[in-house]
Design a protein around this ligand. Sequence first.
Ligand SMILES: [Zn+2]
Length: 243
Amino acid sequence: MHAEKLQAIVLSTLDYGDSDRIASLFSLEHGRIKAFARGARTSRKRFGAALEAFARIEAQVRVREGLAGLQQAEIVTIYPRIRGDLPAIAHALYACEVVEAMTPEGHPLPRLYRLLAAYLDRLETETAADDSDRRFFEINLLNILGYRPSLESCPRCDTPFGTAGVLLQENGEPVCRACAPTGRPLHPSALKALGACMTTGTFGKVVFPPDLLTEGGALLDRAIATHAGRRLKSLEFLGQVTP
Ligand SMILES: [Zn+2]
């Protein structure tokens, strides 16, 4: 079996034994894969500092089901500015954990790869990690993975949201007042702003006013918790270092 050259973002790593490391990679070519890096902690020559969370690398990988074999890795960028800024680190680790929790193994998702890379590039160049960017990343991730929430009309009765009050359900679904007796009230503008994030496709084009950021954020937090199926560890760190 020959080794393939892959573009990848390191989602997380796990030390194994005294000298090895298992890396969870999100690759452009094969989606999420687990790769075993023999001697990664002792051989600087083959891996250098490439196997760090949210580093972007070019990897020589023997791809197989289960655990792939990582032969060599070269850094494309380790995102040095992110690494010097705690809120940016927290956002980057969170983005990687969301992708790790919500993507199937061995299934190529090139649009999601480009979204994650664009988000890391954005965190690298922006001086302050912005929650609008996080929400932009999240709604586009949900959309790419087929979990796009219904933003224009009630998913249960098709009533357009413009005329009806909207209540956010525990699972992150916005529903009209006629269909659901309780829930967190949502302003239709928050849903519009989320919709705009999916049509522009560029970070920084949609800036949420604070109240819409809170409402849109509540929807996204619930939807991601529902689809990820577990609480994400990096959320706690994110909460500690961002206001
Ligand atoms: Zn309804």
